[in-house]
Ligand binder design. Structure first.
Ligand code: 3HC
Length: 728
C-alpha cells in the first residue's frame, strides 16, 4: 500500500513514503495509498479505466478504516491513477459470482459516506456510473479541467444502482438529475460545476487539488456534507415526470431501462432516502437480469472489439491524418468532407466542374446553417468547420493529403481511371481510399502502382451523421494502411469495422435479402406500412420502405439498371418489379414527396398512399398471386432470417472477423435495435436450432433462397451459438 511512485501517474508532490499503513492487509494491489501532510491519498490503480473490479472496494475500505483509526490522518482524497478517475462498475463482472467475502460497491459507498473523517473525490478523466456514484458518496468533489461526468448506465440497459438515482437529485435537483440519468449523457467539468456536481474546478493535478481542498476542510473543521441528508432540492417541477415519460416513449421506444430510471428518480422525490435506495436496488436487479441489458452489454464490448484486428498488432505504425482530400462533391463526398472538417482536419474537396463544386460546398454550408438555426451547433463551430474546408477543380491539390477519399459515381471505369491519376499525384505513403459501396476494391487497387495503400472506406449516408464506417481490406492492403484507416475513425467520431471484399461488403450484402423479402411480402399481401410497422415494432429505427424513401429510390434504380447491363442476375431468380414501377412513375421518395408513401410539403412524415396500394394489388393480380393477410410475426421472421443466414455465410467466408462486428454494422449502419444486440446476437437468443428449423421450413415452401448457411447448420447441430466463434 505504500508506493510513492504511484504519484508519478497523478503528478502529486510532497510524498512521504513512511506512512505506516501496516495494518491494511495487502488484499488489493488495485489500490495504493500515500500520506501527504495529514491527508491520505487513496489511489485506484486498475487500468485502463479504474473500473470497480473485485478488490477495488476492499482496498479503498481498508484504507478508510485504517486512516480513521490513525490520529495523524485528518482526511482522505480518493482519486484514480493513470488516465482517469473511476469509470464505473466492472461491466465484465456483471452476473458473475463474487469471491466470498469480497466487498461490493454498495459496501464501499456506505463506508465512504459514513467515514468520520472527510473524504474528497479528486476527479480527472471520467467519473461515470458507479464511479460517479462513489464520488457522490464522498463529502466533497473537486474536478480538474477536462474531466467529464455521467451516469451512462441506461445505455447498458440498466440504471445507476449504487445510489446515483437518489443522491444526484438531492445534490443538483430533480430535473437536471432526471435528464442526466435518463439520457446517460456526459457533462463537461464546467457544466458539472454549474450544476453543483463538483464543488470546485481546479487546474493541474487531481492529487494536488484534492489534497489542498481536503486540508482546507480539515483546517476549518467543516461539518461533513452527506448528500443523503439533503432534501432542499427535491421539489417536483410541474409535469416533469409526465413530460419525461412522453419524451422517452419516442426516443427510448421499446426500451425498459429509461422508464425504470424515471421510476427511481420519482422515488427520490417521494420516499425517504433508505427506502428510495431499496427501490433503486430492486429495479437495478430487474434491469440487470433483462435480455435488453444483456444485449446492450454485448454491444458495448462488440463495439470495442471491432477495433482489434488479429493480424494487425497494436504496435503497427499509424499515420495520423493531418490533411485530407475528398474527390466528388455530391451527397456522399460532401458528408465525408464535413466529417473531416468537424474533426478539425483540413480537407480539400475536388470536383471536375465549377458548378458541381459550388453546389457541393453550398449544400455543406446549408447543412451547417440548418444545424446552427436549430440551436444544435454554435455559429463559431460552423465557422471553424467551414474554415477547414476548401474546394478546387485541380486534382493536383491532393498531393499533400495523408488520405484521399474518392466518392464519385459508382462506375468501375470512372473509378479506375481516377485512381490511376490519383496514383500519379498523391504523396508516398498516403492512404488511397474509395467510398464505393458496390465495386471491387481489388480491381480499383490494381489500377494503381501501389495497391497496398488502397483501401475501402464505406461511409453511410448522411456521412456526417452516421457512425458506421466499413473499412474494406483489399487483398493487397498493407497493415499500416489498415491500422491508420481504423485509427482515423476516432477523430471522425465513427465506429470502424473491418470487412473483406465482396459484393455489397457486409452491410449491403445482408441488406439485399432483407429488402427482397420486404418486397415479396408486398407481392403476397402486405402493404409498405404493414411491413414498416412490424419492423419498427421489432425496434428498428425505420422500416425498409420509409428507409428507401429517405435514401432515394432512384439511387438503387440507377445501380440496378447499370448492373443489368454489366452483371445481370440469373433470369430464373424471383425478383420484384415493384421498385422499378414506382421509379418509372417518378416516385423517388421524400425528395419528390412521393415514393412508397406520400409526403406533405416540408414534412418527412410518411403517409400511406392509396395509389401505391392500387399499384401493389394490381402487380399481384398481374403475377397471379392471391393476396393474403400477413401478420407482424411473419413479416419480422421473413425480413430477419435472411440477415442471419447471410451473416453466417459472411462469417464462413471470412469477410467479417466476428459476429459482433456484423452486429455493430447493423446497429450503426441500419438502425437495428442495440437493445437486441444486433442480428447475430439476436440469432443466438432465438437459438440457432430454432433459426435452422425456420430456414428449413421456408426452404421447403419457397426454395433455395432460404437454404441455410453451412456454418449455421454446423453450429446449430453442435448446440453452439455464433458467440462461440473466435475472431479471425
Ligand atoms: N467495465 C469494464 N471494462 C470497461 C469499462 C467498465 N465499466 N469501461 C471501459 N472498459 C474497458 C473497455 O472494454 C476497453 O477494454 P479493451 O481495451 O479490452 O477493449 C477499455 O476499458 C478502454 O475502453 P474504451 O476503449 O471505451 O476507452 P475510451 O477511452 O474510448 O473510453 C470510457 C473510456 C469513456 C470510460 C468508456 O470506456 C466508457 O464509456 N465506459 C463505460 C462507462 C460506463 O458505462 N460506466 C457505468 C458502468 S455500470 C455501473 O457503474 C453500475 C453501477 O451503477 C452500479
Amino acid at each position: 500500500m505504500r508506493s510513492p511512485d504511484c504519484l508519478a501517474a497523478t503528478g502529486a508532490t510532497k510524498v512521504r513514503a513512511d506512512f505506516p499503513l501496516t495494518r491494511v492487509p495487502p488484499m488489493s494491489s488495485l489500490v495504493r495509498t500515500v500520506l501527504q501532510d495529514g491527508i491520505v491519498l487513496i489511489i485506484v490503480e486498475n487500468p485502463p479505466v479504474n473500473a470497480l473490479s473485485v478488490g477495488v472496494p476492499d482496498g479503498i475500505m481498508a484504507a478508510l478504516a485504517e486512516g480513521a483509526a490513525d490520529p495523524q490522518v485528518g482526511g482522505f482524497v480518493l482519486l484514480g491513477g493513470g488516465r482517469t478517475f473511476i469509470a464505473g462498475a466492472d461491466i465484465r463482472e456483471f452476473g458473475k459470482p463474487r469471491p466470498p467475502g469480497a466487498k461490493t460497491i454498495f459496501d464501499l459507498i456506505a463506508a465512504l459516506e459514513a467515514s468520520p473523517k472527510p473524504v474528497v473525490a479528486a476527479i480527472h478523466g471520467t467519473a461515470l456510473g458507479g464511479g460517479l456514484e462513489v464520488a457522490l458518496a464522498c463529502h466533497w468533489r473537486v474536478g480538474v479541467k477536462g474531466s467529464q461526468y455521467g451516469l451512462p448506465e441506461v445505455k447498458l440497459g440498466i440504471l445507476p444502482g449504487a445510489g446515483g438515482t437518489q443522491r444526484l437529485p438531492r445534490l443538483i435537483g430533480l430535473e437536471p438529475a432526471a435528464r442526466l440519468i435518463v439520457s446517460g449523457e456526459f457533462v463537461p467539468a464546467e457544466k458539472a460545476l454549474a450544476l453543483g456536481i463538483v464543488d470546485q474546478l481546479a487546474e493541474g493535478e487531481p492529487a494536488d487539488a484534492g489534497a489542498a481542498f481536503a486540508r482546507q476542510v480539515v483546517a476549518e473543521d467543516r461539518p461533513l456534507r452527506r448528500i443523503r441528508d439533503m432534501a432542499d432540492k427535491l421539489a417536483v417541477p410541474d409535469g416533469l415526470f409526465e413530460e419525461l415519460r412522453r419524451s422517452i416513449a419516442r426516443s427510448g421506444r421499446g426500451q425498459v431501462a429509461p422508464w425504470r430510471c424515471i421510476d427511481c428518480v420519482e422515488a427520490a422525490a417521494t420516499l425517504p432516502f433508505d427506502q428510495g435506495l431499496r427501490r433503486e436496488r430492486e429495479l437495478f436487479e430487474e434491469c440487470l437480469a433483462s435480455p435488453q441489458s444483456k444485449a446492450l452489454r454485448h454491444f458495448f464490448f462488440a463495439e470495442r472489439e471491432a477495433a482489434k484486428i488479429p493480424d494487425v498488432p497494436k504496435d503497427t505504425p499509424v499515420t495520423p491524418v493531418r490533411k485530407a482530400a475528398v474527390i466528388g462533391a455530391g451527397t456522399m463526398g460532401g458528408g465525408i468532407a464535413m466529417s473531416f472538417a468537424n474533426a478539425g482536419i483540413p480537407v480539400t474537396l475536388v470536383e471536375t466542374a465549377a458548378e458541381a463544386l459550388d453546389r457541393g460546398i453550398g449544400t455543406i454550408r446549408a447543412n451547417y446553417a440548418r444545424t446552427v438555426a436549430s440551436g444544435r451547433l454554435p455559429q463559431a463551430a460552423m465557422d471553424r468547420a467551414m474554415a477547414q474546408l476548401s474546394g478546387t477543380l485541380d486534382l493536383a491539390a491532393i498531393a499533400d493529403a495523408d488520405i484521399v477519399v474518392e466518392a464519385v459515381f459508382e462506375d468501375m471505369a470512372v473509378k479506375k481511371d481516377l485512381f490511376r491519376r490519383i496514383d500519379g499525384i498523391a504523396k508516398a505513403g498516403a492512404m488511397l481510399a474509395t467510398n464505393t459501396s458496390t465495386l471491387d476494391v481489388d480491381e480499383i487497387a490494381a489500377a494503381t502502382g501501389r495497391p497496398e495503400k488502397v483501401i475501402g472506406t464505406h461511409f453511410f449516408s448522411p456521412a456526417n451523421v452516421m457512425k458506421l464506417l466499413e473499412v474494406v481490406r483489399g487483398a493487397k492492403t498493407d497493415r499500416p494502411t489498415i491500422a491508420s484507416t481504423m485509427a482515423l475513425a476516432r477523430p471522425l467520431k465513427k465506429v470502424a469495422v473491418l470487412v473483406g471484399v465482396c459484393d455489397g461488403f457486409v452491410g449491403n450484402r445482408m441488406l439485399a435479402g432483407y429488402m427482397q423479402q420486404a418486397l415479396f411480402l408486398l407481392e403476397e399481401g402486405a402493404l409498405p406500412q404493414d411491413v414498416d410497422r412490424a419492423i419498427q415494432d421489432f425496434g428498428f429505427a425505420m422500416g425498409p420502405f420509409a428507409m428507401m424513401d429517405l435514401a432515394g429510390n432512384d439511387v438503387e434504380w440507377r445501380i440496378r439498371k447499370h448492373r443489368e447491363k454489366t452483371n445481370p442476375p440469373p433470369s430464373n431468380r424471383r425478383r420484384s418489379r415493384l421498385p422499378d414501377l414506382i421509379c418509372e412513375q417518378g416516385r423517388f421518395g421524400q425528395k419528390t414527396r412521393a415514393g412508397w408513401y406520400r409526403y406533405e410539403p416540408g414534412d418527412r412524415t410518411p403517409h400511406p398512399d392509396p395509389a401505391i396500394e392500387a399499384l401493389i394489388v394490381e402487380n399481384s393480380r398481374a403475377d397471379g398471386i392471391v393476396r393474403r393477410e400477413i401478420g407482424a410475426a411473419e413479416i419480422v421472421q421473413r425480413c430477419l432470417l435472411p440477415l442471419i443466414n447471410e451473416g453466417a455465410k459472411i462469417l464462413d467466408e471470412g469477410l467479417a472477423l466476428r459476429p459482433g462486428d456484423i452486429d455493430v454494422i447493423w446497429v450503426y449502419g441500419y438502425g437495428f435495435p442495440a437493445y437486441k444486440g444486433g442480428p447475430m446476437f439476436h440469432a443466438d437468443q432465438l437459438g440457432l436450432p430454432e433459426v435452422l428449423a425456420q430456414l428449413l421450413r421456408l426452404e421447403g415452401e419457397q426454395g433455395s433462397f432460404w437454404t441455410p448457411s453451412p456454418l449455421l447448420v454446423r453450429l446449430a447441430e453442435a448446440g453452439r451459438g455464433f458467440s462461440s466463434l473466435k475472431a479471425g
